[in-house]
Design a protein around this ligand. Structure first.
Ligand code: MGD
Ligand code: MGD
Ligand code: SF4
Ligand code: MO
Length: 744
């Protein structure tokens, strides 16, 4: 009824915490968003971003119809016209230059949409290009690589069991602002307070005294990029002081003695000078981790987006293994999501990289993609295989990837570009066609990525909250139509054709996996529930997943219908040990000393003697930002400028800078001017500038963001600084010079 309000429940898609929201809906509008107190996982927690869910959906700058570029301007067109423009632009390039001439960049929100989880694989497969890039190589790729080698699968990422641990050592993570990452833990701060209340401790290792560090039992300041030294110092201590105790892991670990050998040069005394942590404290940390009844080491952005990202990510897990804390309650554990199944047995093909290499810099493929740090090379460098067309889905690489000034110029020289994105922003302004998906309130939601990283097993599905926008297009349909288009089925192909084919293929796999059940695809198809294509695919995954109803075999098991009936989610209990089944290495063990990683240790050792830079740049996150794309919500940008250059008082004095001055920051890649914030939160020798700002470029359509532009920190980051094992960009620890730029 018009004028009436109703309540709807929905998982927040804005970060990895997967909170339940309680929405008040009036007509076709969300008028309030608060935490869902009955939610099985988030128990009412909400952050300022989640609270703006309604404003974000209703943002007047959000695109609702496609845009086509005419000269310098973008004009609204019909969907039919937009897809025809793509066919006309992309078709000839594909025909003349082949699939390698089309690059794709997949941004972060793809892991927060069902379309991203389900419809990107078919699109990439149909396209057949090896020029695939994503936000993973400015984020967590080192963790995929280290876990790939250790456990045989890049997706087997253990998470800290924060609700049961006695001691949590956190490196390069700031969940008080980020709400956690590669560890889905709604109300992460509340869980850390509960840890302390039950007598446990948490220690934060960070070059900045973050809000998380302020709440911690101890803050260990560390020089950016040097956590591998600290961790190797801990490993060295564990080995030499005979503190290694595998516990229940004994018999499931190989390569232990080789790790001891590799650790030999890294005595606490030797590494202390490099990382800035006293040798005695390094020893102490090792002893405390070994003595704690349970302990978990957890590393995030500050351990990944650094020079030795894969080594550091590997060492985090090595310490967990050596102290017997991998795969035990209170340690780090492998979640088991409802849409997945445990393996039938341990042992598998293992993990490899470098099945092919990038054309210009010869960088190895990792997980089917190339480092985004080499995207501009592939666009700019002429020759066979040059990238001439570009597709972005939910990405803003002009703000989020290294040497973004260069990438911005490269995008301007493309022959054709398509963006699937709801905003005309710094990246999509280069697109010839922008295809905006309907907003989150009109999409169903299931967290394919984050339920597999949750610190407690649970499942939740949210159906669309608002009715479909008559003239809008669902993101599954957009991606399906692009898939059909690149396979030559035309601009007007019916996406239902692909939806039905995907469902059929999913059911064929079910039938093939259980031939004894003697069921046909047609029989199963008749049982599948769901109004939307994504819902039907989810139903199949849930019913055949770890807790599923097996299409009727276990009537109280999970299905789409069951999740629809439980809007606050279904709790599936605390994490349970999964070794050995989870191990898909060729040996079926935790392969603790993988050859590619061992080979990279010499690079780390050699850098011990390197001259330290005077001043290095790191980033930071703020609770009211979300990478680059939520600065158009007024409630999230009000208040004082957050895009400041934080600098320690000693450095400020040395450089004659005072609070509020404009400073010029110069790196190998570029330079920016930012207002100075003098604060002892950063350690001497370190300056900090947040990423995701720089909204003053022409041709965008985000009025609120443009009024609070800030500067783009990735103008400073260097596309040639990458972690060689993962191809991940080095975004923290960038050598910079800072000088006064005169008072504003
Ligand atoms: N509010 C908000 N939440 C977010 C996001 C956001 O932009 N805003 N982004 C989301 C995304 S995509 C991600 S991946 C996660 C990231 O989640 P987190 O990793 O928790 O986020 P950050 O705040 O970047 O924390 C990284 C910390 O590493 C520190 N650091 C930098 N260099 C080093 C180093 O060399 N060593 C050590 N030990 N520490 C270092 C930084 O000072 C910073 O405090 O956050 C997610 N949540
Ligand atoms: N210097 C520095 N740089 C960093 C980082 C850092 O710590 N320091 N962090 C890195 C990290 S962890 C990440 S994840 C990356 C993020 O890198 P990106 O993913 O490239 O950037 P985002 O800012 O997340 O941009 C998301 C885009 O998706 C669009 N979008 C939002 N919702 C949807 C949707 O439902 N569908 C579609 N199709 N589009 C949508 C937005 O409009 C925006 O254009 O940035 C990285 N860059
Ligand atoms: S913490 Fe993350 S999931 Fe929870 S309300 Fe905030 S943005 Fe949404
Ligand atoms: Mo990220």
């Amino acid at each position: 009824m018009p004028g009436e309000t109703r309540t709807a429940y929905r998982t927040c898609p804005l970060c990895e915490a997967a909170c339940g929201l309680e929405l008040t809906v009036a007509d076709d509008r969300i008028v309030a968003a608060r935490g869902d107190s009955a939610h099985v996982f988030s128990h009412g927690f909400v952050c300022p971003k989640g609270a703006t869910f309604g404003q974000l959906s209703a943002d007047p700058d959000r695109l609702r119809r496609p845009l086509v570029r005419r000269g310098e301007r973008h004009e609204e067109v019909s969907w039919a016209e937009a897809f025809r423009a793509i066919e006309a632009g992309l078709g000839p390039i594909l025909q003349r230059h082949g699939p390698q001439s089309v690059a794709v960049y997949l941004g972060n929100p793809n892991v927060h949409t069902m379309a991203g989880g389900l419809y990107l694989s078919p699109l990439l497969r149909a396209l057949g290009s090896r020029n695939i890039f994503s936000a993973s190589t400015v984020d967590q790729m080192p963790k995929h690589v280290s876990c790939g080698y250790l456990y045989g699968s890049p997706l087997a990422i253990p998470v800290p069991d924060v609700d049961r641990t006695d001691l949590l050592l956190m490196l390069g993570a700031n969940p008080w602002e980020s709400n956690g990452s590669l560890a889905t833990a709604a109300d992460f701060p509340g869980r850390l307070k509960a840890l302390q209340a039950r007598g446990g401790r948490f220690i934060v290792v960070d070059p900045r005294r973050t809000r998380t560090a302020e709440h911690a039992d101890e803050h260990v300041a560390i020089r950016p990029g040097t956590d591998a030294y600290l961790l190797f110092g801990i490993v060295h201590t564990l080995v030499t002081e005979h503190l290694v105790n595998l516990g229940a892991l004994a018999g499931h670990v190989t390569g232990l003695s080789q790790v001891g050998e590799l650790a030999k040069p890294f005595t606490p005394e030797r590494v202390a000078a490099a990382c800035g942590v006293p040798a005695q404290r390094i020893r102490g940390l090792a002893r405390e981790l070994a003595a704690a009844p349970t302990a978990a080491v957890y590393g995030r952005i500050g351990t990944c987006t650094v020079e030795f990202g894969t080594l550091t990510s590997w060492l985090v897990d090595v310490v967990n293994v050596l102290t017997g804390n991998l795969d035990r309650p209170g340690g780090v554990m492998f979640p088991l999501a409802a849409h997945l199944r445990p393996h039938a047995r341990s042992g598998g093909k293992g993990f490899t990289v470098g099945r092919w290499h990038s054309r210009v810099r010869g960088l190895p493929e990792v997980k089917g993609e190339f480092p985004v740090a080499t995207l501009a090379d592939e666009i700019e460098t002429p020759g066979d295989g040059q990238v001439r067309a570009f597709v972005t889905v939910a990405g803003n690489p002009v703000l989020s990837t290294p040497n973004s000034g260069r990438l911005d110029r490269a995008l301007a020289g493309l022959d054709f570009m398509v963006s699937v994105d709801p905003y005309l922003n710094e990246t999509t302004r280069h697109a010839d066609v922008v295809l905006p998906p309907t907003d989150a309130a009109r999409k169903g939601h299931y967290d394919f990525s984050f339920l597999a990283l949750a610190v407690r097993n649970f499942a939740a599905y949210s159906p669309p909250v608002l009715p479909a926008d008559g003239g809008g297009m669902d993101e599954c349909d957009i991606l399906a139509r692009l898939t059909l288009l690149v396979t030559g089925q035309g601009a007007d192909a019916d996406p239902a054709v692909l939806h039905e084919r995907m469902l059929e293929q999913a059911l064929q796999r079910v039938v093939a996996a259980a031939p004894s059940a003697e069921r046909t695809v047609a029989e199963l198809r008749a049982m599948v529930d769901g109004e939307h294509p994504a819902e039907r695919l989810l139903d199949v995954a849930l019913r055949t997943g770890a807790y599923g109803d097996g299409f009727g075999a276990r009537p109280d098991g999970l299905s789409l219908a069951r999740l629809l009936a439980e809007p606050h989610g279904v709790d599936l209990g605390p994490l349970r040990p999964r070794i050995p089944e989870v191990l898909q290495t060729p040996s079926g063990t935790v392969e603790l000393c993988p050859a590619p990683i061992a080979a990279d240790v010499e690079r780390l050792r050699a850098a011990l003697d390197r001259q330290r830079d005077d001043l290095v740049l790191i980033g930071r996150r703020h609770l009211r930002s979300n990478n680059s794309w939520m600065h158009n919500v007024p409630a999230l940008v009000k208040g004082r400028d957050r895009c400041t250059l934080q600098i320690h008082p000693d450095d400020a004095a040395r450089l004659a800078l005072t609070d509020g001055d404009d400073a010029r920051v110069v790196s190998r890649a570029g330079s920016v001017s930012a207002p100075v914030e003098v604060t002892d939160r950063v350690m001497p020798g370190v300056v900090s500038l947040p990423h995701g700002w720089g909204h003053d470029l022409p041709g965008t359509r985000m009025a609120v963001a443009a009024a609070h532009p800030g500067v783009n920190s990735n103008v400073l980051t260097d596309e040639f600084a990458i972690d060689p094992l993962s191809g991940n960009s080095v975004l923290n620890g960038i050598p910079v010079e800072v000088k006064a730029a005169g008072r504003p």
